[in-house]
Design a protein around this ligand. Structure first.
Ligand code: HEM
Length: 462
């Protein structure tokens, strides 16, 4: 017989709201603390909604089984969906299906390779900025990486230049997007009935959301009026037909997908780069190995797309960084309608179909049963190809799982490899404050907070 999921006692009406709201460095810390207390599976009730939380590799492997489970919108995505964002559509929605079928080939290896020169262009802007400012510049790591990743996504996918390195103020789209994301995060803990009365906040969200929508729609309109030969994702969405139905995507849907790329693709990649630099600088032997690899593989000349496949150690650094700090730290699954178990189960515990299963990816990827006693340590060697290929299924899933896994993974990977290599080729780095202790800032993604580094130009790089 299926077991009952343990559950921290809650209070009338608010349920476990206090358990999940207090005493945490990030919104996920209380959930992780509850896992330490209640074990790898427990159930909480927040704002009247029941949720199951899992945090070990065995159970995660089970919910990755696409025949039994699917991606269910978790609290974060639900809040964004309620605010009107496309990101959260169900895989059964015809709009998601159409966009997916058109976009999968457009994210193929050749398209990503063709983005290299534009990625190089934006990465060079960052190098130029840090070179001009010199070693006295206290580099706000995550801010500058956010400029880089936003500009890269926009240029590579829709030929739009935010020019974030040429102005102090970010483009209004960015402020609007950050405000919507942070509101999406905050609303997870506010009951819907209360949300309806938050008139000023609702108005602000509407205005911000409209600004984002207008910007994306303007980009589509501009491309329709000024067709180019550029084979980017926007071109694919305008000109390629859905292979299943033969239909074209409508402009509103194209614009919604552009917004999704900007939202889903920039903070996650910027967080990855920021954590990678933090981890390398806190573990100097890994930093020196990475520099040695760049010097050997790339040397002093211009980095090319063909160098990237030989950056094995840097690749391991990025994998290990996303293991310890998955920048999209929570994914949500649910039993499929087609799941014939009665009741559906995970780890032998009974579920109900409407309960989202929140998967704490950072904890799952630090499971000592998979990674051993040093699971919390940064040790890129365990992520070199030969070791990485031996990992059990579900042990490393920072890009999600199944049909709804990250479509932008190859784009993010090429960009991150290029940027790390280019920066190590050009600069010597040190932490601004050697005693810096990692603090994490979180809304839907995580990034290091208050992290500053200094960069001194290396000699002789062309
Ligand atoms: C989905 C992580 C970069 C676009 C996802 C998911 C994860 C993820 C975990 C699944 C979310 C879930 O199941 O709820 C990451 C990480 C990145 C990254 C860690 C960088 C290090 C990008 C980039 C793009 C992108 C550069 C650019 C286009 C998307 C989209 C989805 C998605 C469109 C939704 C896919 C779908 O629902 O079909 N990402 N992502 N991501 N990602 Fe990424």
């Amino acid at each position: 017989m299926a077991k009952t999921i343990p559950s921290p006692p809650g209070l009338p009406i608010i349920g476990n709201l206090l358990d999940v709201s207090t005493g945490g460095e990030t919104p996920l810390t209380p959930l992780e603390r509850l896992a330490d207390e209640y074990g790898p599976i427990y159930k909480i009730t927040v704002s009247g909604t029941e949720r199951v939380v899992i945090s070990n590799h065995e159970m995660f492997k089970e919910v990755c089984d696409e025949t039994r489970f699917f991606k269910a919108a978790g609290p974060g995505l639900r809040a964004l969906s309620d605010l009107g964002m496309f990101l959260a559509q169900s895989e059964k929605s015809p709009d998601w299906g159409q966009a997916h079928r058109v976009l999968v080939p457009a994210f193929g290896p050749l398209s990503i390779r063709n983005m290299f020169d534009e990625m190089h262009d934006i990465a060079s802007q960052l190098v130029l900025k840090w070179a001009r400012r010199g070693p006295s510049y206290k580099i706000p790591v995550t801010d500058d990486f956010t400029r880089l990743t936003l500009d890269t996504i926009a240029l590579c996918t829709m030929n739009f230049r935010f020019n974030s390195f040429y102005q102090d103020e970010m483009h209004p789209f960015v402020d609007a997007m950050l405000a919507v994301l942070s509101e999406g995060g905050a609303r997870q803990k506010i009951p819907k009935v209360v949300q309806r009365f938050m008139r000023n906040r609702n108005e602000l969200v509407k205005r911000n959301f409209k600004l984002m929508k207008d910007t994306s729609e303007e980009i589509v309109r501009h491309r329709r009026q000024n067709p180019t030969d550029k084979k980017d994702l926007l071109d694919a969405m305008i000109n390629n037909k859905d292979p299943k139905t033969g239909e074209s995507m409508r402009d509103e849907l194209i614009a919604a997908n552009l917004t999704t790329f900007l939202v889903a693709g920039h903070e996650t990649t910027s967080g990855l780069l920021s954590f990678a630099f933090h981890n390398m600088l806190k573990n100097p032997s890994t930093y020196f190995k990475a520099v040695e690899e760049v010097d050997k593989v790339v040397g002093k000349g211009r980095i090319t797309v063909d160098h990237l496949k030989n950056l094995n150690y840097i690749s391991a650094i990025l994998r290990e960084t996303l293991r310890l700090h998955p920048t999209a730290p929570l994914i949500s699954r649910g039993p499929r309608d087609e799941n014939t178990e009665s009741p559906p189960t995970v780890g032998g515990f009974a579920l109900q179909k409407e309960w989202p299963i929140l998967c704490l990816i950072a904890k799952i990827q630090r499971d000592p049963k998979v990674y051993g006693d040093d699971a919390n340590e940064f040790r890129p060697e365990r992520m070199l190809d030969e070791e990485f290929d031996k990992l059990p299924p579900g042990a490393w899933k920072p890009f999600g799982t199944g049909i709804r896994a990250c479509i932008g993974r190859p784009l993010a990977w090429q960009e991150a490899l290029l940027v790390v290599a280019m920066l190590l080729q050009n600069f010597d780095f040190r932490l601004d404050d050697e005693s810096y202790k990692l603090k994490i800032k979180a809304n839907l993604t995580i990034k290091p907070d208050d992290l500053y580094v200094r960069a001194t130009l290396r000699q002789g790089v062309s």
